[in-house]
Design a protein around this ligand. Sequence first.
Ligand SMILES: [Zn+2]
Length: 278
Amino acid sequence: MVIDCHVHLLTDKGHSEKILSEFQRNGVDKICLLAGQNNIKIWGSRMASNEQLIEEYRKYPAQIIPFGFVELGVDPPSLIDQLYSVGCRGLKVTRPRTNYNADELLPYYERACAYSLPILFHTGTVLRTEYDQYYDVDSSRMRPIFLDRIARKYPALKLIGAHLGNPWYDEAAMTLFWNENLYFDLSGTTLKRKKAAWFNEILWWSPSKNLTLTDNSTTPYKSAQHHPFYRICYGSDCPVEELPQVLKEYRSIMDDLQVEPYIRERVMGGNLAEMLNP
Ligand SMILES: [Zn+2]
């Protein structure tokens, strides 16, 4: 089962039909389809609202896993109850007015946790748009380390950080290491720029390598049971025309890193299947 965890729904007429046929042609079974800030454009089109997302989901419930958009600090946390009741299976958040780990945002995470809704967080620097003043956008509020508090406070909540925190990769990697309910996707430019040696430096823990780091069996990293890609998720976040290329990038980095088959399976959809059907 191949599941893409990061696909934006745009307002263009026929957009969902266009992307669903392209995903199907490329062997992707299901997609986490995201609503967004409705006035913001990516790839020349505006992002779809929650209402539009649900409309498309009702047409294609077998392929679409709807991730509702919540504007942190602006929408009431009760929006999450509504999104859950209309079928959302996850949430997307970005461009917060405060750091992701601020006290005032905790009620959102608590509610998502109560419904077992995974949250896809944009992490790292974000696209500049004409609405940046309106939303008071500050990329530094989306540093990956801010997921650390949320992950520890709500151990049953599943968090996916998008883009491996680009450019705060070290922060993203160590936050991933310590929190087993945290996952990252590698969408954006990272897979186009970074090679296997770099991944081995950043995501350094694995059962084979850890044996050489110390003889002390009580050191926490001795207990890493799996290659770090164990909690990496395939997410494309690209214009649909680039989908074949992005799929190829995920597969070739895993070839180069000699990621074992059971972990590749988790990356390409197993992780998402598990968090959506706990
Ligand atoms: Zn995105």
